[in-house]
Write a protein that binds this ligand. Structure first.
Ligand code: 3HC
Length: 279
């Protein structure tokens, strides 16, 4: 997600500082960005000179100290509240007082994240969808204390990024994930019960309902680890609604390292085409 969000900003003429936790993570992110822009060039959608200009707008750093002069931070670390709260407390110390601190969280409470800082009025949710360079929607999430001018500024920014924004209050899963994840979870339950094959489940929703991809392929795109965290958070925050109790198979796949596209295997196999992913 981080690399995709960086691409969205840089594509739209904005200088970006991409900050990672380690050199290895930074190289992975850089490879995603370069791969995505190279594909656009190969398809004739981006001129080589524009690709070079885009990449020239991105600098890479390890560690938060580099963020001291930025106007906006978009955080995209894993979906764990303790991790995000620790990060926001640190960002609050490092970033200049006027900086807006945004989270790309899928399901955690933006309010819970904001209170880790001394500037909760400047904390907001900017929720991109995967793949960020392609999906048009951004959910802008305001808390009860987000300053109206911060909300207005972020809405204007979404327009500059070529996105359509919807602004909502802080609720588990916001709009899209609140509606999407019960369906994805149900698809895993159906597969787990061996009612239908993964290909048939995906074909039914893709070819029968006109969705761009089936639910199991979409879970591979989202990442099974992220999907588990989103479901678990929604289950706990949303009154323990059974629809969001993560299907046991999801946890088993995460434990086994079957995270989807990012690890090369999930419901399907990506690293070695043709070989089965799950028995
Ligand atoms: N990064 C950048 N660009 C990408 C990309 C990626 N990871 N994946 C695909 N693209 C681009 C392609 O280059 C292509 O661009 P072009 O039209 O300019 O040539 C375009 O997207 C279409 O790609 P493809 O032709 O390869 O394949 P498809 O037509 O099948 O589209 C898809 C792929 C865009 C992923 C489409 O299947 C889709 O929209 N799937 C649904 C995705 C979705 O629902 N996302 C939301 C997930 S929920 C979420 O993110 C919330 C979070 O909180 C969990």
């Amino acid at each position: 997600m981080g690399a995709g969000i960086v691409e969205v900003f840089a594509r739209n003429g904005i200088d970006v500082l991409a900050v990672e936790i380690s050199d290895a993570a930074l190289e992975r992110g850089r490879a995603v960005l370069v791969g995505s822009t190279d594909r656009a060039v190969a398809k004739g959608k981006l001129a080589p000179a524009d690709r070079d200009a885009l990449l020239g707008r991105v600098s890479f750093e390890v560690g938060l100290a580099a963020l001291r002069d930025v106007d906006l931070v978009v955080e995209a670390v894993p979906e764990r509240l303790d991790l995000k709260q620790r990060l926001f407390a640190e960002l609050d110390r490092v970033c200049k007082p006027s900086a807006i601190l945004a989270t790309n969280t899928s399901s955690l409470s933006v309010t819970d994240i904001s209170v880790a800082t001394q500037r909760p009025d400047q904390v907001i949710g900017i929720h991109f969808f995967n793949p960020a360079p392609v999906m048009k929607l951004v959910e802008v999430v305001r808390t009860v204390v987000t300053a109206p001018e911060v909300v207005a500024g972020v809405e204007a920014l979404c327009g500059r990024l070529g996105k359509v924004d919807v602004t909502i209050n802080d609720r588990a899963g916001f709009i899209a994930n609140a509606l999407l994840f019960g369906y994805l979870n149900q698809a895993v339950t159906m597969y787990e019960a061996r009612y239908a094959s993964r290909e048939d489940i995906d074909a039914a929703m893709k070819l029968g309902c006109g969705l761009p991809m089936g639910p199991l392929a979409l879970l591979d795109l989202i990442g099974l680890d992220t999907a588990y965290e989103v479901l678990d958070t929604m289950y706990r925050r949303g009154g323990r609604d059974r629809r969001h109790a993560p299907a046991p198979l999801i946890k088993q796949m995460v434990t086994a390292g079957l995270l989807g596209r990012k690890s090369g295997r999930g419901f399907y196999t990506y690293a070695k085409p043709g070989s089965p992913a799950l028995v």
